[in-house]
Design a protein around this ligand. Structure first.
Ligand SMILES: [Zn+2]
Length: 83
């Protein structure tokens, strides 16, 4: 999995990870841009199923769902008045 640094948008590496639950992993991520070197903690969670497992874990339930709408497609999105 590739992550981008929120500061410089350069590629970042996952340095460590630990499982918080069946569905959630906490990761320490480090930007590989030597002029930035930002290090942060990220959370990765399974939020919906696109195609079900052929060997499902009986302890895990992840609801089926389609893709999330982008902000441009979301009719209820917040709008900001810049005037
Ligand atoms: Zn960076």
């Amino acid at each position: 999995m590739r992550l981008r640094c929120p500061h410089c948008n350069h590629i970042a590496r996952i340095r460590t990870s630990r499982r918080l639950s069946e569905l959630t992993i906490e990761q320490t991520v480090q930007c590989i841009n030597v002029d930035c070197c930002h290090t942060w903690v990220a959370i990765t969670s399974a939020v919906r199923t696109i195609a079900p497992s052929i060997n499902p874990n009986p302890k895990v339930f992840i609801a089926r769902g389609g893709r999330t709408k982008s902000p441009d497609e979301n009719q209820g999105a917040l709008t900001f008045n810049t005037s």
